[in-house]
Design a protein around this ligand. Structure first.
Ligand code: PEP
Length: 254
């Protein structure tokens, strides 16, 4: 039990979110989305969402509107508008009825130099635009092997938590160990739970224990149930396995 996204006390509803990364095309997306729409009613009490590349948001909106599946994007600008060639604002995402936007995915941090502060600024920009940011944190293999996981997560979260309880109470967090993303190597449920419990302690200290904390990193139908059995794992952010409708729905049903 805890404070939910809306600030109301209650159980944390499971959320399974697909991150398509830079995959997809119009024909393939249409088939994938039709499969998700057709099967989502069988997953039980789990919120299901997909985050597509920007150019496909209109297609995702047109196919998913009226369904139980919500959608979002994988990144946004910290700026509201202006001379920022190539960037996409939160308001633009709102025009396509996005509910979610990822902030600080490890691929953005590693390949695009996104800093902890920039990620927090993106989370704030998302909230200002009426979107729910899904803030991703996670340590690299070297950091994990050096026993620095907790320190890295705390450092990444610090500027996000500094946004304050009111803001943090509206976001979703995702713990994604970098060594588990796209590698087929998943954190064991106990390993993930330990980190999630540490994140929960930081959230509790801020007065927002009900914020949902997803796990991400090679989640599949075969390992989802054991991860979801952990008390502080509230769902999953799913990369590769979200590109196959049946597999993704099996994760949501787990
Ligand atoms: C991700 O992209 O956020 C992710 C967790 O990828 P994968 O499930 O493929 O490891």
């Amino acid at each position: 039990m805890g404070v939910s996204e809306s600030g109301v006390s209650g159980p944390r509803r499971r959320l399974v979110m697909g991150n398509w990364k830079m995959h997809g095309n119009l024909a393939g997306n249409a088939a994938l989305l039709a499969g998700l729409r057709a099967g989502v009613d069988s997953v039980g009490n789990c919120e299901v969402a997909v985050c597509s590349p920007f150019p496909y948001l209109a297609q995702v909106q047109s196919i998913l509107q009226g369904s139980a599946i919500s959608w979002g994007a994988q990144d946004l600008s910290v700026h509201a508008q202006g001379a920022y060639t190539g960037e996409v604002s939160g308001a633009m995402l709102g025009d396509f009825a996005c509910r979610w936007v990822l902030a600080g995915h490890s691929e953005r941090r590693a390949l695009h130099g996104e800093t902890d502060q920039l990620v927090a600024d993106k989370a704030a920009a998302a909230l200002a635009a009426g979107l729910v940011p899904v803030v991703c944190v996670g340590e690299t293999l070297d950091e994990q092997e050096a026993g620095r996981t907790d320190e890295v997560i705390a450092r990444q979260l610090a500027p996000v938590l500094a946004l304050g309880a009111q803001a943090v109470g509206q976001i979703v967090l995702a713990y994604e160990p970098v060594w588990a993303i796209g590698t087929g190597r998943t954190a064991t449920p106990d390993q993930a739970q330990e980190v999630h419990a540490g994140i929960r302690a930081l959230l509790s200290a801020l007065g927002v224990p009900g914020v949902r904390v997803l796990y991400g990193g090679s989640v599949k139908a075969a390992n989802a149930a054991s991860l979801f059995a952990m008390p502080d794992i509230d769902g999953a952010l799913v990369g590769g396995a979200s590109l196959v409708a049946e597999e993704f729905l099996r994760i949501a049903a787990a």
